[in-house]
Design a binder for this molecule. Structure first.
Ligand code: SF4
Length: 662
């Protein structure tokens, strides 16, 4: 292990590597928290590789986002350079949405989901083999140009490119990167993949096939593990919106509006009934209808639980039919959808069928086990696109694989309370868990909170002076200190309250604001401009963002790129019906609904935002939590202190910085 670690290890890195090695040797699950920037990736790779090399195992390293793969590749390169061992060879895999060259040429195809792209690709490959000059040309050349494929593979084995670099290299050679990647995975010791490759069973079967190994030979690493429970809940949930039903209507119109269940009803009539049912469910359960048919609209309420069989009962009663006929309708939708998929596929289009998706949804909806789900009607678009949703409460539904692999290592900078994570995923009680203290000098980071403001809804509506007072804190901090400052809000809605009130004009700094639906490239440009302001030459800037978003959870701001973090209120989850359902489920299962589903997620979001400040031992930074409820989080943020004069306290910290630097 020491032979592979490419840097001079800190004391706690040695401890982490020993624990990981012990867990792997004893085939035990290991969950650990170690602060952001503490070198978790290099520790886990060094320890797991040492074992894998000696014991003929392979490593699957999972990340939440594609961007997080890059760090893993960089560390692998450092290990390969230090060890000079050619067996240390890793491949970054992404979905066809990013790697398929045909999809890159066509926006419609690029927007396809994994299943649609897989189907599209299979057909294109079949054509490329059977009919010359038809089908995918990148696959055709991949099959025919063995030498060029071999050259790229050699180059990749030597240079360990990121998935983006690899795709670019293949594009220059007009060869399919996805197919070459599949070949390389076979010989790779480490495969870096997004969560979906491991937790979606259909995709996992393919991955293990390409790897040619059994589950028992895999060391599984889960990075940024605090995201996994929510990720799994989303993966196993399903929804049906009126937008999707409209798309079904358009599709029915385009394909001759066939009839369902031996002519009982046409597709369009069935979809219209469903659309009406979703609207009625929304009116009844979300809005509430008063006497005289008047809707009582509460802008704060946008979802509600519905009885588990309400949708089916309403369909049966409106169609005056039986469950058997409903099952026939679902089968017919599924079958028509398949035909439409085939037709589109042959036409070179994305094989998407909304009718097929509707059949799949209804089949799922009518068969789910209600003790692990709640059913909801949701309206987050102010009446524009209501939907019904089967929301999965239990992420352990998708974690069988964790029991099948040789061993799994789960790590994050913010995972407390670890028993919540273990219990949510259904890991055994004997799972080894550890929290490692930050390796950086504690005096380099200060965390303050103030006690005269809050974003608590009731108080905000009662006391109109709170928002201006919060803003005064924000603008005073941004204007007084010539330091790059990140201001994080609990949600885009809260950010909008401040923006609407015209407060932003008071900031005498370059101001960058993250918008909710910003494209990834626009977001990267915004962040890079903000970072470039932190050059210490008086050009500092303020970045306004939201906790739990792409910036405050996934981006690094070393040195002067970020020196002050302001947290505007506690990011408690909104008390929606879905959130209450989840809390209730955790209360019943573990007796810890509030702690596991409200308190801990809010703490993690704050810690992630604060964690942007310190990325190495030389970084210094100060965080300020603007909310009187902050002391409730002492268990998670132990070093925070109340400030009675925040500008003075920040000045003191900054002056210490000046003297220590001089
Ligand atoms: Fe896309 Fe490659 Fe499939 Fe061609 S073979 S369709 S380039 S993934």
């Amino acid at each position: 292990m020491a032979e592979l670690f490419p840097y001079f290890p800190r004391q706690n890195q040695n401890e982490i590597m020993e624990e990981i090695t012990d867990a792997i040797r004893h085939k035990r699950q290991f969950i650990f928290e170690s602060g952001t920037g503490s070198g978790k990736t290099i520790c886990v790779l060094s320890a797991a590789l040492a074992y894998a090399l000696d014991n003929h195992k392979k490593i699957i390293y999972t990340t939440r986002t594609n961007a997080q793969q890059q760090q893993v590749i960089h560390e692998l390169r450092a290990i390969q350079k230090k060890s000079n061992d050619k067996r240390i060879y890793g491949v970054g895999m992404q979905g066809r949405g990013n790697m398929c060259l045909l999809a890159r040429e066509n926006q419609e195809i690029q927007n396809g989901n994994a299943e649609e792209l897989s189907r599209f690709c299979s057909y294109q490959k079949k054509l490329a083999v059977s009919e010359k000059r038809k089908g995918c040309r990148y696959y055709h050349d991949f099959l025919g140009e063995k030498d060029r494929v071999g050259t790229i593979m050699e180059w990749a084995q030597k240079h360990l490119p990121t998935a983006e670099e690899f795709t670019e290299a293949c594009e220059k050679q007009a060869l399919c990167p996805y197919e070459i990647n599949k070949l390389m995975v076979h010989n790779a010791l480490v495969v870096i993949v997004p969560y979906v490759y491991v937790f979606d069973k259909t995709i996992r079967i393919k991955l293990f096939d390409w790897l040619s190994i059994s589950e028992d030979d895999v060391i599984l690493i889960i990075d940024e593990a605090h995201n996994l429970p929510d990720y799994l809940r989303e993966l196993f949930s399903a929804e049906l919106s009126t937008w999707m039903l409209n798309s079904c209507l358009l599709e029915a119109d385009q394909f001759g509006d066939p009839s369902l269940a031996d002519g009982r009803i046409s597709v369009s009539a069935f979809c219209k009934e469903l659309m009406d049912i979703v609207n009625v469910l929304r009116d009844t359960y979300v809005y509430g209808v008063l006497e005289g048919g008047i809707r009582s609209i509460n802008p704060e309420k946008n979802d509600a639980l519905i009885p588990s069989h309400e949708l089916e009962v309403e369909i049966l009663s409106r169609l005056k039919t039986t469950s058997k006929t409903l099952r026939d309708i679902i089968s017919d939708l599924y079958a028509y959808g398949e035909k439409i998929q085939e037709y589109k596929q042959k036409d070179g289009k994305l094989p998407r069928s909304y009718l097929h998706n509707l059949g799949v949804f209804l089949g799922f909806w009518t068969s789910i086990e209600m003790d692990q789900y709640i059913k909801l009607v949701v309206d987050t678009g102010q009446g524009k696109n209501p939907r019904v949703e089967a929301y999965c409460l239990d992420p352990s539904m998708g974690t069988d694989i964790l029991k099948e692999v040789h061993c799994s290592i789960h790590m994050s900078g913010t995972l407390e309370p670890l028993d919540e994570y273990r219990d949510s995923l259904g890991l055994p009680l004997e799972t080894r868990m550890a929290i490692y203290p930050s390796p950086f000098p504690p005096e380099n980071r200060k965390i303050f909170f103030v006690c005269d403001v809050t974003t608590q809804y009731n108080e905000l509506t009662k006391d109109r002076t709170i928002v201006p007072q919060m803003w005064k804190y924000v603008s005073d901090i941004c204007n007084k200190f010539e330091k790059n400052t990140m201001v994080s809000f609990p949600s885009y809605n809260t950010l909008a309250i401040f923006q609407r009130n015209g407060y932003f004009a008071e900031i005498q700094r370059c101001l960058y604001i993250e918008e909710q639906h910003m494209s990834q490239s626009d977001l990267m440009e915004l962040v890079s401009e903000f970072k470039s302001c932190g050059d210490g030459n008086g050009n500092s800037a303020a970045l306004f963002t939201v906790m739990g978003g792409r910036i405050s959870e996934g981006m690094d701001f070393p040195a002067e790129q970020l020196e002050i973090a302001v947290i505007v209120g506690i990011p408690y989850p909104k008390p929606t019906a879905r959130q209450r359902g989840l809390q209730n489920y955790y209360d019943q299962k573990f007796g810890k609904g509030w702690e596991y589903t409200v308190q801990a997620p809010a703490a993690r979001k704050m810690l992630q935002a604060i964690g942007r400040l310190i990325r190495n031992e030389n970084d210094r930074g100060v965080a300020v939590i603007l909310d009187k409820r902050a002391p409730r989080f002492h268990q998670y943020i132990k070093e925070m202190r109340e400030s009675k004069d925040i500008l003075r306290d920040i000045s003191r910290f900054m002056n210490q910085q000046g003297s220590s630097n001089s």
